[in-house]
Ligand binder design. Structure first.
Ligand code: ADP
Ligand code: MG
Length: 317
């Protein structure tokens, strides 16, 4: 099989869901229609074998994870994920592997109503680069830079589950059943796209938690020129964290990435409306702290003491 057969068999055959794709896979470029009043958002994420996943992982899971981390970036912008391109680097053409990989892609594309519109296929060490394109009403995308002193800091769900699964990988210590649950949060994160309208209506800034809460909140603070204080006891923990880590649970929730929950800020004036909307949508917002003028991230401890927290999280270099 050559490169062109491969593209035809595994990628061109994927479902075409969206009406706004003028030209999909097969030409020198793809073409899509962006609705009037909307702007285009673009984001890219690469997953490298041995860095972001292990070579022996199920190709289905690798495909799903590659898609989810990209969709999560659109969720964090309050944007609708619409189209993706896939740059795939493969050591060899191995049909069963590609077939499983394409199946993971198919399920992800169908779940989120996204079209694969193009890509590139090359030989080399296994790596997957997905570029996602999305849309949001003009000037309505939620940036990292909009947080203001007094805004509340909110996260969309419990943290640390995926990070606990990562800790378990080199030297397993989890009960089998718990490992399965936690690997699921690592392999199949669920981008919080259902928060889109709430973010657009109320959020002053937002980010998805990919590197760890403290590191990602630091990005918001840095971009907005503010600081933050977090209430240590308010940080929602994955229920298995306290079971395995006892008093160290909060530390992992602060530093562990990969859960792909969202962290956003909201003016206290909007809190009541936000609470009503989240309840009506069957969602839950967890307020964990407040934005301050003074720079740095502070932790307010159980006994009310305030300590400076050095943001830690994943960095490639
Ligand atoms: P070009 O020579 O213009 O780079 P390619 O031969 O790389 O074109 O690709 C042919 C067509 O297949 C293009 O439309 C490209 O977008 C698409 N394509 C290539 N690789 C992939 C892939 N991995 N997934 C989806 N589409 C792909
Ligand atoms: Mg090419």
């Amino acid at each position: 099989m050559n490169e062109f057969h491969l593209i035809d068999q595994f990628f061109k055959s994927l479902p075409r869901i969206r009406q706004d794709v003028v030209l999909g896979i097969g030409d020198d470029a793809a073409s899509v229609r962006v609705e009037a009043g909307m702007e285009l958002l673009v984001s890219t994420d690469t997953l490298v074998s041995g860095v972001h996943f292990l070579p022996d992982w199920n190709p289905y899971d690798i495909a799903v994870r590659s898609m989810m981390v990209n969709i999560s970036d659109m969720a964090a912008m309050g944007a609708e994920p619409c189209w993706v391109t896939l740059a795939l680097t493969l050591p060899e053409i191995h049909s069963p592997w590609l077939s499983e990989f394409a199946s993971g892609l198919r399920d992800s594309l169908e779940t989120y109503q996204i079209d694969l519109i193009g890509g590139d296929t090359t030989r080399g060490p296994l790596a997957i680069t997905i570029t996602i394109l999305g849309q949001a009403p003009v000037n309505k995308a939620i940036k990292r830079s909009g947080a203001r002193a007094g805004d509340l800091i909110v996260v969309t769900g419990a943290l640390g589950g995926a990070a606990l699964a990562v800790q378990d990988l080199p030297q397993p210590f989890l009960e089998t059943e718990d490992r399965q649950t936690l690997m699921d949060s690592l392999l199949r994160p669920k981008p919080r796209v259902e928060w889109r309208s709430i973010l657009r209506n109320y959020a002053s800034s937002a980010i998805d938690i990919s590197d760890g809460l403290s590191a990602d909140l630091h990005h918001i603070c840095h971009a907005s020129g503010v600081g933050a204080s977090l209430s240590r006891t308010s940080i929602p923990l994955h229920p298995l964290l306290p079971v395995y880590l006892k008093e160290k649970a909060v530390d992992l929730a602060l530093t562990g990435g990969d859960d792909y929950e969202l962290c956003f800020t909201v003016s206290p004036n909007h809190l009541e409306a936000l609470t009503n909307d989240t309840e009506q949508s069957g969602l839950r917002a967890y307020p964990i702290g407040v934005i301050e003028n003074a720079s740095g991230i502070h932790l307010v401890l159980e006994d009310g003491r305030r300590t400076t927290y050095q943001p830690k999280g994943y960095s490639h270099f």
